[in-house]
Write a protein that binds this ligand. Structure first.
Ligand SMILES: [Fe+2]
Length: 403
């Protein structure tokens, strides 16, 4: 259990390579031990946790085999869960890149608790490399600030979970994730899932497992985050995405962005989904994280991929980036919360937050709530009997940047 929170400063200069993140994990462990121990063991602690610990952990977890992929059916579960609520409205919090064990992640976790949603979903990235200790500190320790929804919690994998080969994600986090399935309580069995009712299907996609490759190979051949064949088979045969008679609104959740004005696109996932949909294809709403910001995109699709409206909610717990967009898709970028909250290490840092969905019949009201508990943007999505989605913006904070 950790009583010492991590300092957000540790995250400001976080690099995107797995080596840097392994080192950061060891430095954080070292600093924690320093606070707990006397000065006599500082040097020993440094070598034990920082250098040897890093080398040992990196070699062991980064060069070892990936955790075995888990998929449905598993323990009699098919990964499809009917949405439940005790009221008229199903409420669901989406938060991504949240698990940093900082005062900010505690704040967001407590705000989500105060809204007391039916479901709480993490869209991936446990920092720095998703070790068992990092899973415990953020999610499962008695004082961890993850809030479990009334009817359940589920977690997607990001790239950081896979920096330690996914072992803690599959062996520690998934067993802690419980979800109501009718009168039963199921344990999350795989890194993908479908929550549904008569109007909507909210489908979590695993883009994390194939976001890393062998340590040296991934420099030469950048992983494309493609959906593994077991997941494709589940979407095809169990979820039956290609059923033309199913006119429910589709919402995808994933860690990695389908497209972005700031960092890498992941078009392969959209191409795979187009093939699975076939003639049943229709534009979807797609939430993702990975980038530490709140941004909204108009509908876009790569020529050979599905069309989607994008919502980046990667502002859960990391220092929020406020840099201007520079990677294309500027025609699609609609809103970007570039408000500056404070400066850390001479870097502007924005507002953390999460999305709260209120699902009521064919309509979903979505409030994007920041760490001050203010709604930054509110929008309403509606699905019609043909499965077509439409939306209207209800509210935008006057200081949010409009494109
Ligand atoms: Fe990520």
């Amino acid at each position: 259990m950790s009583s010492e929170k991590r300092d957000p400063e540790q995250y400001v200069d976080l690099g995107h390579s797995d080596v840097e993140n392994h080192l950061k994990t060891q430095v954080a462990l070292y600093e924690k031990r320093l606070k707990e121990g006397g000065s006599a063991n500082k040097v020993a602690a440094f070598f034990a946790t920082n250098l040897f610990g890093f080398a040992y952990h990196y070699l062991k977890s980064r060069f070892g085999p990936k955790a075995a992929y888990q998929f449905y059916p598993s323990n009699g579960d098919d990964g499809i869960y009917p949405l439940h609520t005790y009221s008229e409205t199903v409420t669901m919090a989406l938060v991504s890149d949240w698990a940093t064990d900082t005062p900010e992640s505690d704040l967001i976790g407590h705000l989500i608790r105060d809204h007391d949603p039916d479901y709480t979903l993490h869209l991936g990235d446990i920092y720095f490399v998703g070790t068992p200790e990092e899973v415990a500190t953020n999610f499962t320790d008695p004082d961890a600030s993850w809030h479990f929804g009334k009817h359940g919690s589920l977690a997607l994998s990001g790239n950081h979970e896979m920096y330690s080969n996914g072992t803690a994600y599959f062996k520690h986090l998934l067993p802690a994730m419980k979800i109501r399935k009718g009168s039963q309580i199921a344990t999350q069995q795989a890194g993908f899932f479908c929550l549904e009712n008569e109007h909507w299907r909210i489908i979590g996609l695993d883009t994390g497992y194939n976001s890393t490759n062998r340590p040296l190979l991934e420099v030469l051949f950048k992983p494309d985050c493609n959906l593994r064949k077991e997941q494709v088979q589940w979407l095809t045969e169990t979820v039956k995405l290609g059923n033309p008679d199913d006119k429910r609104g589709i919402i995808f959740l994933s860690h990695h962005p389908y497209f972005s004005s700031f960092r890498d696109d992941h078009p392969v996932v959209g191409r795979q989904l187009k093939t699975i949909f076939g003639a049943a294809e229709r534009p979807v709403l797609w939430f993702w994280g990975h980038e530490h910001r709140l941004s909204f995109y108009n509908q876009y699709g790569f020529p050979d991929g599905i069309k989607a409206w994008g919502r980046c909610v990667g502002h859960g717990g990391m220092p929020v980036e406020t840099n201007p967009p520079d990677q294309g898709h500027l025609g699609q970028l609609v809103f970007y919360d570039q408000r500056v909250r404070e400066r850390i290490r001479r870097r502007d840092v924005g507002f953390n937050g999460f999305a709260l969905l209120s699902i009521n019949g064919p309509a979903i009201d979505i409030n994007y709530i920041d760490q001050t508990n203010k709604t930054v943007i509110a929008e309403r999505w509606t699905v019609d009997p043909t499965g077509t989605l439409s939306s209207e913006i209800i509210k935008v904070h006057p200081d949010v940047t409009k494109y």
